[in-house]
Design a protein around this ligand. Sequence first.
Ligand SMILES: *[C@@H]1O[C@H](CO)[C@@H](O)[C@H](O)[C@H]1NC(C)=O
Ligand SMILES: *[C@@H]1O[C@H](CO)[C@@H](O)[C@H](O)[C@H]1NC(C)=O
Ligand SMILES: *[C@@H]1O[C@H](CO)[C@@H](O)[C@H](O)[C@H]1NC(C)=O
Ligand SMILES: *[C@@H]1O[C@H](CO)[C@@H](O)[C@H](O)[C@H]1NC(C)=O
Ligand SMILES: *[C@@H]1O[C@H](CO)[C@@H](O)[C@H](O)[C@H]1NC(C)=O
Ligand SMILES: [Zn+2]
Length: 953
Amino acid sequence: MYSLLVLLSTTLVLTHSQNCGYNSCPQWDPNALNVHLVPHSHDDLGWLKTVDKYYFQDVQNVIGSVIGALKQNPDRKFIQVETAFFKKWWDHQNDLVKRDVIKLVNNGQLEISNGGWSMNDEATVNYQSTIDQYTLGLRYLEDTLGPCARPKSAWAIDTFGHSREQASIVAQLGFDSTFFMRLDYRDREKRLKEKTADLLWQGSQNLNNSNIFTSVFYRGTYSYPDGFCFDIVCNDEPIIDDANSPDYNYEEKVDDFADFVRGQADKYPTNNIFVAMGDDVRYQAAWTNFLNIDRLIKGFELFPRNYTNKPIKLLYSSPACYTKAVNDYVTANNYKLEVKTDDFLPYATDGYGYWSGFYVSRPATKRFERIGNNFLQIAKQIAAVSNQPYENKITPLKEAMGVIQHHDAITGTEKQDVLKDYHRMLYSAIEEANELVDPLLSTIISGTDDHFQFKTCLMSNISSCSPSRSNKFTVAVYNPLSRVVSSPIEIPVSAKAWSIVDPDGNEVANQVESTIIDFSYVNNVPTSPYTCYFIAKDLPPLGYKIFTFTKVESRRSELTFGNSNTSFEIDEDSGLIKSITMNGVTMDVSQDLYYYKSGSYSGAYIFVPLVNEKFRVAEGKVKTTPISGSVYQGVVQEFAPWAKQIVKVYHGDDSHIEIEWIVGPIDLVSENVGKEVVSVFTTSLKTEGNFYTDSNGREMLKRTRNYRPTFDYTNEEPIAGNYHPITSRIVLKDEEKALELAVLNDRAQGGTSLKDGQVEIMIQRNCPHNDFGRVGDSINDQEYGQGVITRGRHYIVLGPTSGNGVKSLAAIQRDVAQRKLLPPWAFVTNQEVSQRLKNTQFSSLKVPLSENVQILTLEPWNNSTILLRLEHILERNEDENLSQEVTVDLSDLFTTFTITKLVEMTLGGNIPLEESVRLKWPGLENVQSKKLDGFKVTLAPMQIRTFVATVVY
Ligand SMILES: *[C@@H]1O[C@H](CO)[C@@H](O)[C@H](O)[C@H]1NC(C)=O
Ligand SMILES: *[C@@H]1O[C@H](CO)[C@@H](O)[C@H](O)[C@H]1NC(C)=O
Ligand SMILES: *[C@@H]1O[C@H](CO)[C@@H](O)[C@H](O)[C@H]1NC(C)=O
Ligand SMILES: *[C@@H]1O[C@H](CO)[C@@H](O)[C@H](O)[C@H]1NC(C)=O
Ligand SMILES: *[C@@H]1O[C@H](CO)[C@@H](O)[C@H](O)[C@H]1NC(C)=O
Ligand SMILES: [Zn+2]
């Protein structure tokens, strides 16, 4: 028995079969209408149930029974999508089953589609996390199943609208196509009418390799055609082919299906159509699905049916095979598909169903996700420079971040207990990653294998951090960016006066203030009454500086009023911001908090105000209290007992003004309506209905009020219909005055410009109802025994668009956005470390990179290899100097290792770029990117290049 097992496990050899991929596609017939039937199961990584409940109650049955059913008929195909679930399942299988699965992958019957850890949301995610979650999934598939498991198509069937950056990313992964169903109802109607639901989508306005074939589903569902759900949980009639049976219905079923495909065939450009055969957690008893589909296919042979003058032919197919068939067709006929250059957001299902609420729902999750990304990047960097293996204590954090990207996780569209489960998962994954990071960091600092027991202080947002409650503690401030940065740091502290000493032994100016609100409502964790602010100056790239804190008896109260170039004025009568001065421009800008009242339509997904009117949070004058210290000056504004802000300008950082807001608990009882709170900035900029929002933190998109670029917009919901996702910033431009104002954020939100010169960003939503029972929970979350309190920040940037010979405002925004996405992390310890500080500052880079380029990824890959991604962070034409191509010399860049070999990969890191061949489409040029010049890597604007680097430590 023992030897048999050994024998079996050695047969799990992963080969590059010739029979998978496009070679495994069914023959389509140029003289027929080819109906591509695509069996699939949509398995949410949490929504109504937690991830584990879905897995153990449903998904394990799906994958298991599909494998059995595929073996029974070599024509059958199925697509496996969510890699997080696949891994859970694979871990439970024996070698016999595993061998079967590899066979089915190698012969193309089991096709991996999408292959990400999850099916990520597209409105609220940041591109860095999207790339990471694909990298994780694709790497797992490659290691487990081999090259035949490389997906060729993206599969985003349930995502609530589609971003342009996502199209760009999946194109750069080497995929040939993407499939989905959710787009504006008017857009769908128009596309079906004009036969443009199969199209080419240009994902980037900067890159040449970002076009992707896109197929939009015929109907607003990814479910089986009506009457053809053959799963045991469906009530549709099965196909009964026994001619002696009184229930015989074979020809009738064939006729019904023929009617359906004729309707669809009228609307698509080629003689191939795509029919999804599946639904949520279907195929738990796969046999019944496949037996019926087998019969259906055979039925069209037994009882031929025509579409116009062509026979209808049914095929077991897949997204990749459909793409190939369309590609063959358009190539043979030199048919040019429509090319789209904007995005598929926002998504509306009808006049009331604007899915612009989820851009903001559960803002705490949306912030926590960004914190998770911040820590993950730092953890991977420290592991890579410390020569750690790929599989280690960071893996759970990579996986948790993959799960959080799921379209019911970061979106906030899940049940409240599922939300709590996501937070628990992410929290414990960060803590576990820190079990690796703490000793590695301690080793770099001490030069020995001492552990300093650095804590992550994840609860700093409620002023809780256990080591900084001591009278003496040490903070290692780590900078994950590839350039030198200075950054304000905030530490919860228990006393009013502190001495901080930097690595050079200098006293660091600091400022201690009472916490933004009294956090004593928080039970079971101790909170500190004060926050200590200081500027961590000139932090080295991918490196740290150590700061020691000692409580002192008293401190001379310094009332510094810096001579900063950046300032704001408060109106004495209203207590609101009145004007802002920055980059040599003074402009009247006011800002106020309002809320919409929402009725029964608003819920986790949908935003529908009860009346198209907003109400001020403050009644009359906003109470203001000035603050001035050696780190920042500002003013505390109290709008209501449940809504406060601090407007701040940091000394020595002219780049932005910060508005920190805190709202909650929101009272829903007294009026029984939802409150959706917005921050509104009003300027006199002449914007002519236009504003700009980012796509997943990368390229900007122009938005126009009451308008969509590709279809006629009917303005049924003048507010909700104008909301767009903001993952990093929203910008107003006055072309005539050449002035620009941007508001950047710290998490995904939604926003708009409802009036010229005005920007509105939603920051919190509490809805006692839920949109048509979709998720069955309202969004009225409780924390610490009361309605949730949420805290966040906006960053305002203002100035001349062009920069007048200095850095452009767009370039300043890129800089601020990056510093806020990946801020330095304060690792805090109250261990006695003073005698053990060998390296009080450290950098992984010998020289900082120039400011338009960033090391997007640095992580352990294989033995003696690392995954390295470089990105150009500007778009073409954003800045005279910084938008130029940039070259990075990697030959002698890192301090702890030397790169000896570079292999350029596709964006996911799973395929050497030379092996990646994408389909060509009539009318689209295929431009090759620049070849490597030794270790010199050149990047064009917005380009990301991915390498597996062999390194010697
Ligand atoms: C289907 O079309 C073919 C070719 O045009 C024709 O020969 C055949 O008679 C048609 N069959 C039916 C049932 O209409
Ligand atoms: C203000 O801006 C000028 C010009 O950019 C710069 O030289 C100066 O250092 C800035 N002052 C402060 C206090 O940052
Ligand atoms: C602090 O962060 C936690 C974890 O994301 C979140 O649950 C909580 O609501 C946040 N509190 C505030 C005040 O933002
Ligand atoms: C990496 O190194 C470990 C320990 O030396 C070894 O067990 C493993 O097989 C190696 N993996 C690869 C992919 O070479
Ligand atoms: C794209 O093509 C243009 C024009 O051919 C070229 O200037 C640019 O560098 C290319 N960009 C990339 C990222 O290859
Ligand atoms: Zn879903």
